[in-house]
Design a protein around this ligand. Sequence first.
Ligand code: PMP
Length: 376
Amino acid sequence: MKRVRSSRPELEGIAPYDAKQMRAEVRLAANENPHNLPGEILDKLADRVRQDMEFNRYPDPMCSYLRELIAEANGLEPGNVLVGNGGDELLLDVVLAWGGPGRSLMDLPPTFSMYGIDARMTGTHLIEIPRLSDFSIDATALLGTIADRDPDVVIVSNPNNPTGTMAPETLLIDLLNATDALVLVDEAYFEFSRQTMRPHMERHPNLVILRTFSKAFSLAGLRAGYLLANADVITELTKVRQPYSVNRFTQAAAALTFRERMVFEAGISETLRNRDRLMHAMSAMPQLEAFPSEANFVLFRIPQASAVWRDLLHDHSILVRDFSRTPGLEDCLRVTVGSCEEVERFVAAMDEITTNKQASDHFGVSATASRHMARE
Ligand code: PMP
């Protein structure tokens, strides 16, 4: 017998998360920081590695030092903080502990796809409250369904990936008041929105906040994120988490980065300025609609989005994210706000693509054909 029995039936029909990583000179598909860690942090990290980093020893399971730094910065105790192997791991921990068969998770699509994937893989029933056409939250449906269906976990991405939309603070408070479900506010892009639900933690023991080192802090490649929550919630999460998920090197890099986080302020301001420039340039392109964003990315709608995505990659070596097959995001692409040069390259490429497209629409030939005509 050389066969393998089937995996759990819940996995049937789940498509693995596809990061759609591809080679490109300008990578604007994953909302990363365009710049690597600053040289002085890299130097300190290299010193740490040489001096006393024992790769032969298991790391501190609870990342105690980093946990203390994060707690202090947020006016909390270490017991209110849990560090994970990226926000992704912490999201799974939450769903493992609060979801599962017979329980339900509510999310607000279009949103970060990992919420739904985690629900499905853990046999958690997924309740979806679609956003309105401007991507704002359907408050009536949200609060009505909370009352009717009594979910166990509610996840709100704030700002929402991939739309960039903020939820009104008052609505989040109404949500917290309406349920004892675990309400996870995913603040992965908090450093750009500069808005947080942190002040509401004392009054709402069911509020959990997720943050990450992957975006503003340039550590996507090392995997570190953290949760802020009531100490009892953290205790429950420690029952399901992988004990050594955050390696020694990542802990050291994240702690150095967090201690020196003021250094990143200039980069965050640069990103916000570049986002304004990007929005301004895109608003002058009548063929597309760019949605306002509080994060380091911009979602836009453009006819034949997949063809535009291909043209950006093949002709300009620019990688953005194609969401056009996601329900509610038909004809939508998402571009990360990159460095000044990257924004310039993207804008120039879009100018060329939309101008060619206009010509091709006019002459009734395909965008690609018209571009070849234009080159000849
Ligand atoms: N939440 C949101 C809304 C995100 O966009 C991401 C990253 N794409 C994450 C969580 C997870 O980030 P990481 O695992 O890199 O910390």
